[in-house]
Design a protein around this ligand. Structure first.
Ligand SMILES: C[S@@+](CC[C@H](N)C(=O)[O-])C[C@H]1O[C@@H](n2cnc3c(N)ncnc32)[C@H](O)[C@@H]1O
Length: 193
């Protein structure tokens, strides 16, 4: 049963409500992308990986399944999505993932070694098929979230890894060097130099 859940996106998404399943193609990381990103992020020193804007927890739970000696954390500003993540976590008996309800800008990030970012703040500037209309969204918020994201990443030590999905290079601080771009998949890997 466990292996079946991790066999395809459709199987994995069946852990979620119909509404979350309908959002998956646009808002949640595909299974094979999550595996590739987690493979990269677990290749550095340190075992604490943070998904910034973790949604229904798909990246974290898949990463935790394939890399049981690491801990995958997700911070998410929508309570309903945290609830979905915890239900999926329990259904898959995942013990090395943890979901934190709140805004990323309020999170103390010293504890985390490497980061996953699926262009989470873009909902402030692009309004195509939104998750919901229950959080504030504006260009000013986008700017302040990106500034906070840059500052947090810049304060991290050399060797810090970042995996981005559907992000432009101008969203990444200059101290991070792109080490791989999986062409056609919008997946990029960065390391702080
Ligand atoms: C594109 S989805 C990605 C979800 C998940 N990382 C995945 O890959 O499956 C982006 C998520 O970021 C969340 N988000 C956006 N801005 C946030 C913020 N400032 N703090 C916490 N979560 C945020 C949204 O609610 C949404 O669930």
């Amino acid at each position: 049963m466990q292996n079946d859940i991790f066999s395809s996106d459709a199987a994995f998404d069946s852990l979620y409500t119909l509404r979350a399943q309908q959002l998956s193609a646009i808002h949640w990381t595909p299974l094979q992308i999550a595996i590739k990103a987690a493979t990269f992020l677990t290749g550095g020193t340190g075992k604490h990986i943070l998904d910034i804007g973790s949604g229904v927890g798909k990246f974290c739970i898949i990463g935790a399944h394939y890399f049981p000696s690491h801990i995958f954390y997700g911070v998410e500003q929508r309570r309903t999505l945290i609830d979905e993540a915890i239900i999926a976590q329990n259904a898959t008996a995942t013990t090395n993932a943890q979901f934190i309800y709140g805004n990323f800008t309020d999170l103390e990030t010293d504890h985390y070694d490497h980061f996953y970012f699926y262009n989470s703040f873009s909902e402030n500037i692009f309004h195509y098929k939104p998750i919901d209309n229950l959080v504030d969204a504006s260009a000013a918020l986008y700017t302040s979230y990106i500034e906070h994201f840059h500052q947090m990443l810049e304060e991290k030590p050399a060797g810090t890894r970042l995996a981005t999905f559907h992000c432009h290079h101008n969203q990444i601080p200059p101290g991070y060097k792109r080490v791989e771009h999986i062409t056609g998949q919008q997946l990029k890997f960065w390391i702080k130099v």
